[in-house]
Design a protein around this ligand. Structure first.
Ligand SMILES: [Zn+2]
Length: 433
């Protein structure tokens, strides 16, 4: 089943034409409404008329998270009389107060993306869709909107008590789930331990919101007896549903009439052809609230433009396994290396070097902070380092002391107080897939 054949199966030429027209309007809209973007274009000596189609995309400047933070909020919201219908707080754990906003039309685009995604997972009006997202995440809402659009029943629950989640799955004969992979894996483990698999009616699960692997997918599928689909979204774009896998499970179809994807070489800043890994960059072709042009997502992936066996012609991106070298995904949150560095540099009276290991234990992300350097009051250091790092990464790190901590495979290095250094090792990057 394909939700919107007209858009999901159009020829690549027709699609490029549609994308080009939408890009031209978007640039005009941004130039009129978003001060930070107008300034950027003026600094490059550009005017909206310089963009005549998709072939001119490369002339436009990139947008980074730093750009948005700098321009936030007045220069970002391109409202022009358009009312923001819903706001979402971004990076709630880091407490930077950034929000994103959606107009009614943006929410309709989101619903359409979710309807297409749920249909890819073979869900329809007879299904009961459970959303097991953490409280406050937009995932619950978008799944509910999507369920509504395809006529399925929606059942939002929190993930705090997997037993309660399973109880509801049984009672209400849940057939579809939207969840983070780590939450669903916990549910799947309990289902297996208690031998409940045959008491469930589950046929499809859509997992997204954090980095995961093919091995985890296989485990969840086995334990739950359901097919598991990869789904992608970013709150800065439009939550979940920007891209989703079809039944062929070979890459996530991007909703290219709304989101124009490019893959960037992070060193040369040149656009890469299909099949080569680089940073995923998106232009939101139809967004009104906070539109983004060539937004650098800091996610690394590849893109595949070949037609898919399902009949859809939209390009597919690979599962997102990791971020660029200065951003890390820890239990679904993106954490900048610089945030960790500045938290540790703030402990100016502690003379130490820190090696931070991010690894996976029982399929959950775990962070160890290894401190080297003589410390007269170790208990005090442990407490303060744990608080400083914990407030940035959103989970409680393990702290240990070691002289000359081995820092092979460092992916990022920075400075701590005094002569100290901060080294980050993401061990998950070396055993993925
Ligand atoms: Zn497909």
């Amino acid at each position: 089943m394909i939700w919107n054949k007209g858009k999901e199966c159009m020829s690549r030429d027709e699609l490029a034409d549609l994308q080009g027209k939408r890009l031209v309007s978007l640039v005009k809209y941004m130039y009129r409404s978003a001060a930070y973007y107008r300034t950027k274009m003026k600094n490059l000596g550009m005017e909206p008329g310089d963009i005549r189609g998709i072939e001119d995309l490369g002339k436009l400047p990139f947008t980074t998270q730093e750009d948005l933070a700098e321009a936030y909020p007045s220069g970002v919201y391109a409202m022009q009389g358009r009312k923001i219908a819903q706001f979402y707080a971004l990076n709630q754990l880091s407490g930077n107060g950034m929000t994103t906003g959606f107009t009614q039309k943006d929410l309709e685009v989101w619903r359409e993306c979710m309807a297409r995604s749920l249909t890819m997972a073979n869900l329809g009006k007879k299904d009961v869709l459970q959303t097991t997202c953490r409280c406050g995440e937009s995932g619950c809402l978008e799944a509910r909107c999507g369920a509504d659009k395809i006529g399925a029943a929606a059942l939002p629950v929190t993930v705090d008590r997997p037993s309660a989640v399973i109880g509801l799955m049984q009672k209400l004969r849940v057939t579809g789930i939207v969840s983070t992979p780590s939450s669903l894996l916990r549910v799947a483990q309990i289902v297996e331990e208690r031998g409940l698999r045959n008491s469930l009616r589950l046929k499809a699960a859509l997992c997204g919101g954090e980095a995961w692997t093919e091995c985890i997918r296989k485990k969840i599928q086995e334990k739950l007896g359901a097919k598991v689909y990869d789904i992608f979204g970013l709150n800065a774009l439009t939550g979940l549903g920007v891209a989703c896998e079809c039944g062929h499970q070979s890459g996530m179809h991007v909703q290219e009439d709304f989101f124009l994807a490019e893959i960037l070489d992070t060193h040369t800043l040149l656009v890469l052809p299909g099949g080569i890994e680089g940073e995923l960059v998106f232009t939101t072709l139809q967004k009104e609230g906070i539109p983004l042009i060539r937004y650098r997502t800091m996610h690394m992936t590849k893109i595949n433009y070949a037609a898919c066996g399902c009949g859809r012609t939209t390009a597919r991106i690979d599962r997102i396994c990791e971020g660029t070298d200065d951003v890390f995904f820890i239990r679904g949150n993106s954490v900048f290396a610089l945030q960790i560095e500045s938290a540790l540099a703030g402990l100016y009276d502690i003379r130490a070097s820190y090696t931070i290991y991010i690894r996976r234990e029982h399929n959950l992300d775990v962070v160890d902070v290894c401190i080297s350097g003589e410390q007269p009051d170790r208990a005090d250091v442990v407490k303060r380092v744990r608080n400083a790092v914990g407030s940035v990464i959103g989970i409680r790190p393990n702290i240990r002391f070691a002289q000359n901590a081995a820092a092979k495979k460092a992916v990022w290095t920075g400075r701590a107080a005094g002569e100290g250094s901060v080294t980050i090792v993401d061990e998950r990057r070396f055993f993925r897939k």
